[in-house]
Design a protein around this ligand. Structure first.
Ligand code: 5AD
Ligand code: SF4
Length: 457
């Protein structure tokens, strides 16, 4: 079989990054090999994100830019298929096919296991048919993915849960990803064991609402995420466990216990609060107050004093006043985040908040976002600076910017640059931090003795 070239461009969340990898895994047996470059590709997949405005326009302008590559391939006598996947495909599939005649296939996030069938149909019609598949099939796609993920480094994502039943009033995810689904523990464990056999040491359990995971356990009962983490801690060679993204409402006793008792569970949690004002949290349909959230933070810090947090924030939600915004600033100050993502509220058609009367002006959104980000960046810089002089374990997982450098991650997901030989790639090394900035740390490895010293000892 001659190798066909597959190019995937991914926008959005880690779930999309994971999905793109799994699409490549599904297509590998059909002879498609993934490439970072679009030139000469036989199949290009745009894996899109619909969370904020302009998502659809971004897709169309990318399709426009890609057209010249397709023309070149045709000139050389070949064919380059364009496919649009992900949440924009789910939400606007028919519109995409209507507006851009160059698009051959559109398929939503729940159909990726059907890719071989869709591609075969398209190929057998000699590219003369167009495919639209945005169904939510009854069988979960995970059951039809190859058991093994192709590994890409020492840190891997494993989707354990998908979809969302929370219906925050601003968010499209419950519509584009569908209802919550939890994979059985046995499948998750088997996928992780395959990854470890190939050199993976760190796994991030992924889900839109990952701490709502409630899957079949190994003992015929339903487990929660805390119980699953205790089980994963038994897997030899799994040195680091993370999970994201969590919802404050789904923090449960077993998960707190896991944070206290499982050393492999990293002391870092992405726990979006979205806002600091109870009035706004209510209209967002978050079903928790700012106080509820702070209680979670305190409880986790009591259990693990070195626990650090990140969050997502939305400014300019309909009806937000200056006082509401100040409540967000106050909460941020109380938590002291290690990192955070903040966004201007973006009206999403079909969501309840889009119809709210009191939309906030762009000017005010800009001003509030800037104030919030200035504070969040200062806190991130301070958090990084708090590690100066400390010796911390770093998983060295990629090449650094310069020769003789490797890059890794701290337990708190900070990027750490160190001078290190390539042979230490994939190792967890103790590193003394010598310099910190807003975005990264620099340090020196503590314990590598030159070979001559080891012999002398
Ligand atoms: N406008 C702005 N931000 C949004 N998010 C989700 N929907 C919207 C929206 N309509 C943000 C939330 C969520 C993150 C993934 O994206 O903060 O946690
Ligand atoms: Fe969207 Fe809320 Fe579900 Fe997160 S919890 S995916 S913000 S609806």
């Amino acid at each position: 079989m001659t190798a066909k070239k597959l190019h995937i461009k991914t926008w959005g969340c880690q779930m999309n990054v994971y999905d793109s990898q799994r699409m490549a895994d599904v297509l590998a047996p059909l002879g498609y090999a993934e490439s970072d470059e679009i030139e000469g590709a036989d199949l290009v997949i745009l894996n899109t994100c619909h969370i904020r405005e302009k998502a659809t326009e971004k897709v169309f302008s990318e399709l426009g830019r890609m057209r010249k590559h397709r023309a070149e391939k045709e000139k050389a006598g070949g064919k380059m298929a364009f496919a649009v996947a992900g949440c924009v495909a789910q939400a606007e599939g028919a519109e995409i096919l209507r507006r851009d005649k160059n698009v051959d296939m559109v398929f939503g996030p729940q159909t990726y296991h059907k890719l071989p069938e869709m591609i075969a149909n398209w190929e057998s019609a000699n590219g003369k048919t167009r495919i639209l598949n945005t169904e939510f099939p009854p069988e979960p796609k995970f059951d039809h993915f190859p058991a093994e993920q192709a590994t890409r480094g020492t840190s891997a994502f494993v989707a354990v849960q998908e979809g969302c039943d929370k219906f925050c009033s601003f968010c499209v995810v419950p519509y584009t990803r569908g209802a919550e689904y939890s994979r059985p523990a046995a499948d998750i464990i088997s996928e992780i064991k395959h990854l470890i056999a190939k050199g993976v040491r760190e796994v991030t359990l992924l889900g839109q609402n990952v701490n709502a995971w409630h899957g079949d356990g190994l003992d015929d009962t339903t487990w929660d995420l805390g119980r699953l983490i205790f089980q994963l801690a038994e897997i030899n060679g799994l040195d680091r466990i993370r999970y994201m993204t969590s919802h404050p409402r789904d923090m449960h006793d077993m998960l707190y216990r896991a944070h206290g008792e499982v050393p492999q569970l990293m002391p870092y949690l992405h726990l979006p609060v979205q806002h600091g004002s109870d009035k706004i949290l209510e209209t967002m349909n978050r079903k928790h107050t700012a106080d509820d959230y702070m209680r979670i933070i305190h409880r986790l810090r009591d259990i693990r004093p070195d626990m650090a947090f990140s969050s997502d924030f939305i400014v300019g939600f309909p009806g937000e006043t200056d006082a509401d915004h100040r409540a967000t600033m106050k909460l941020v100050d109380e938590v002291g985040y290690a990192a955070a993502y903040s966004f201007k509220y973006s009206r999403r058609p079909g969501t309840p908040a889009a119809k709210a009367g009191k939309q906030v002006s762009e000017d005010i959104k800009d001003r509030r976002l800037q104030e919030l980000q200035t504070k969040l960046y200062a806190d991130q810089t301070a958090f990084n600076a708090s590690k100066l002089g400390m010796t911390i374990p770093v998983l060295l997982d990629r090449k650094g910017r310069n020769d003789g450098q490797l890059q890794g991650h701290s337990p708190w997901l900070q990027t750490v640059n160190v001078a290190a030989p390539d042979r230490l790639m994939g190792q967890i090394m103790d590193v003394t931090i010598t310099k910190t900035t807003q975005n990264s740390l620099t340090g020196e490895i503590v314990t590598i003795a030159p070979i001559s010293e080891i012999h002398a000892a």
